[in-house]
Write a protein that binds this ligand. Structure first.
Ligand code: FES
Ligand code: FE2
Length: 353
């Protein structure tokens, strides 16, 4: 599938890949199996056995080795076949691809591309995922839609009034939405700063009693390839954000292509209010699970069914002013993919310039 190569994709939350368990995932149409080596490091190799193509995740981990569950060939973390229980142990010249993996900020990242992975390309913007001063809730969805439809959704918060209602949007907030677009290099940012509006339900709970009107600072920032940081801060009218009488949250949304029409969606919400309150954690997680899982995703999957295998822009969609962020985020990514293709075309048949 056509994606940006030689960059990191979020594959899983750290706690999803457990010692001794094989964790299969298809990313960018590549079947992979993730596992923890005995030293705790995560590895990923192709999730098929080159003998009869049984998925390796149906086998088991033995030390740092994966043993195929069908006829027992064994593969190391580099994908090399290192044991054949048949033919008196004679090793076939067999291996499967191995993927470069990094674990940072509670995320397991996989490098898609044939160049050497560059750990520095994992944005340190995501350090907040491990900020001990915040309460974190997180999860994952599997979505039957192209990952870019998820990116569109988050870059256009006007959908909130129609899709989410009171938990995430109010009428007077919607009435004063005036999204501004800021492009800084590869980062696309949509900012909304309405004043004197009613905070939606999810945030009202954290504001001091008696708060009626608030100011909102809302920033949706898209980082390549299709990862979003969403900052939301409600303040007392006229106050600067992130003060003690306000509430704020920062969310990460990782949209990782599985196939052309399916995606992995990893989300985290880190908030600075109602800390150490497990009930609040459960409430926030339930509200977000409802918002994303029961409101956004069914709409996006229904959209994908209509679009089918076609490209969104081949259908000549109507563009509204509220689409500016989504269009710019897509355009930015498309530009990078195009220059990657042009660079590949410049290489000769054997990869020589
Ligand atoms: S399919 Fe894996 S050993 Fe036969
Ligand atoms: Fe939404």
């Amino acid at each position: 599938m056509k994606i940006l190569n030689n960059c990191w994709y979020a594959a899983a939350w750290s706690n999803e890949v457990k010692a001794g368990e094989l964790f299969p995932l298809r990313i960018a149409d590549l079947p992979m199996v993730f596992f923890r080596r005995q030293n705790g490091e995560v590895a990923a190799i192709a999730d098929y056995c080159p003998h009869r193509f049984a998925p390796l995740h149906r086998g088991k981990q033995v030390g740092d080795i994966i043993q195929c569950g069908y006829h027992g060939l064994e593969f190391d973390a580099h994908g090399k076949c290192v044991r054949n229980p048949h033919e008196a142990g004679k090793l076939p010249n067999a291996s499967v691809p191995a993927y470069q993996v990094a674990e940072r900020y509670s995320v397991i990242w996989v490098w898609i591309g044939d160049q050497q992975a560059e750990p520095a390309l994992i944005s340190d913007e995501f350090a907040f995922l491990e900020d001990p001063r915040c309460a974190h809730v997180r999860g994952r969805f599997h979505v039957n839609a192209n990952y870019l439809l998820l990116l569109d959704n988050l870059n256009d918060i006007s959908h909130a009034l129609y899709v989410h209602g009171d938990a995430l949007m109010t009428e007077d907030l919607y009435a004063s939405l005036d999204p501004q677009l800021v492009v800084e290099g590869d980062v696309v940012k949509v900012t909304v700063e309405p004043k004197g509006i009613t905070a939606p339900g999810l945030f009202r709970q954290g504001l001091p009693e008696g708060t009626t009107k608030t100011d909102l600072y809302d920033y949706v920032k898209t980082v390549l390839p299709a990862n979003v940081i969403h900052d939301i801060a409600y303040t007392q009218p006229g106050e600067t954000p992130y003060q003690k009488n306000g509430v704020s949250s920062r969310s990460a949304h990782f949209f990782t292509p599985e196939t052309n029409t399916t995606a992995h969606y990893l989300f985290d919400n880190s908030r600075d209010f109602l800390l150490g309150d497990e009930e609040a954690d459960a409430r926030v997680l339930a509200a977000l699970t409802r918002a994303f899982g029961e409101q956004d995703i069914p709409m996006i999957e229904a959209q994908q069914k209509v679009i089918g295998e076609r490209e969104l822009f081949d259908l000549r969609p109507v563009i509204l002013v509220t689409d500016r962020g989504a269009v710019m985020a897509r355009r930015n990514l498309a530009k990078r993919i195009k220059s990657q293709e042009a660079a590949a075309d410049d290489l000769g048949p054997n990869g020589a310039p």
